[in-house]
Design a protein around this ligand. Structure first.
Ligand code: HEC
Ligand code: HEC
Length: 275
């Protein structure tokens, strides 16, 4: 029992120590760097420091942060390049120890990872809110999972759409369904409470949410439009071929026609008699 208590206390102490260290890193960064730099939010007085440790070695970073001026003067090519890019605004020397610089870099690295994650999440969220065919495609093909973990449509259906993956052949090809099933309202109805037993079975316990339905509807709409464009192209092709055959026929007929008697018979007889 006492052992357990000791262990818990130890764990608590380590935890507090590590958060205190993390806070110290943050404090150092905030007081000495944040006025001129951001991590993942773009350029300020100085460059965005996101992912800086993958750009330069730690040795270079410590040197630069402690005295960028002397590194520029020594002709270090990277340091000179940055100085030129920032119109020779020279960053003030950081007076702390190497360990302090390492702490700051640690903080920058952690924050960089976080900011990348946030950007990724935001991009995903924007995609979902917009209600577009491309997100619909992701859902249809199972690249994006449905919130309630229902099966992706591609396991049973296929849709022809630019760059669509070949889907299941168990159920109907949905390429034209948006048109044949009464547009938006029709598709909404099918996806909210399907009249088809196998779909009912699949989505009864895993209903689609409204935004997923919206995306899928837009996807089926785009596919319908695409299919129609393809058809229009095919029609105009056959139309052109038809026209060509017609022109050829006219040409042939006129050739045959050219061999006909040029003048009416009566005229020849008339002229012979007139002599
Ligand atoms: C007064 C503004 C200012 C402060 C404070 C400041 N910097 Fe800078 N920093 C700059 C400017 C301007 C540049 C680019 C020009 C130069 O210094 O050559 C720069 C460049 C850098 C670079 C090179 C970035 C790259 O992409 O090449 C690093 C790394 C850097 N700073 C880290 C830090 C750290 C860490 C701190 C805090 C200890 C800090 N800076 C504090 C203004 C500042
Ligand atoms: C378990 C297999 C299965 C899954 C998964 C499935 N469906 Fe179906 N779906 C069917 C069957 C079966 C029909 C009835 C038509 C048929 O005979 O193919 C159908 C019919 C439809 C129709 C009407 C088609 C028409 O033009 O008549 C639409 C629209 C549709 N499904 C959309 C979807 C969408 C969108 C998804 C994904 C959320 C999906 N389905 C998932 C099996 C499935």
């Amino acid at each position: 029992m006492r052992k357990l208590l000791l262990l818990t206390l130890l764990a608590l102490w380590i935890f507090q120590f590590s958060t205190a260290v993390a806070q110290e890193d943050e404090m150092l960064y905030k007081t000495h760097c944040a006025a001129c730099h951001t991590i993942g939010k773009g350029r300020l007085v100085g460059p965005d420091l996101s992912g800086i440790s993958s750009k330069y070695s730690e040795k270079w970073l410590i040197g630069f942060i402690k005295s960028s001026k002397s590194m520029i003067e020594s002709g270090d090519p990277d340091a000179v390049a940055i100085a030129n890019e920032y119109f020779n605004i020279v960053m003030p020397d950081f007076k702390g120890s190497d360990a302090d610089v390492k702490s700051i870099l640690q903080y920058i690295n952690n924050s960089s990872e976080k900011s990348e994650l946030i950007v990724e999440e935001e991009e995903k969220a924007i995609k979902i809110m917009a209600g577009d065919a491309d997100s619909g495609k992701l859902y249809f093909e199972g690249e994006l999972a449905f919130e309630s973990k229902g099966a992706s449509c591609i396991s049973c259906h296929h849709v022809s759409y630019p760059h669509a993956t070949q889907g299941g052949l168990l159920a109907k090809d949905l390429s034209k369904s948006y048109n044949t099933m009464g547009g938006e309202a029709g598709i909404h109805a099918i996806l909210t409470s399907s009249p088809f037993p196998s779909m009912q079975e699949t989505y009864k316990a895993h209903p689609l949410n409204p935004s997923e339905i919206e995306h899928l509807t837009m996807y089926l709409k785009a596919s319908s439009e695409q299919t129609q464009i393809n058809k229009a192209v095919i029609i105009s092709d056959t139309f052109l071929i038809g026209m060509l055959i017609l022109v050829l026929l006219f040409f042939l007929i006129s050739l045959i026609w050219a061999k006909r008697k040029k003048n009416i018979v009566n005229k020849q007889i008339f002229e012979r008699q007139a002599k």
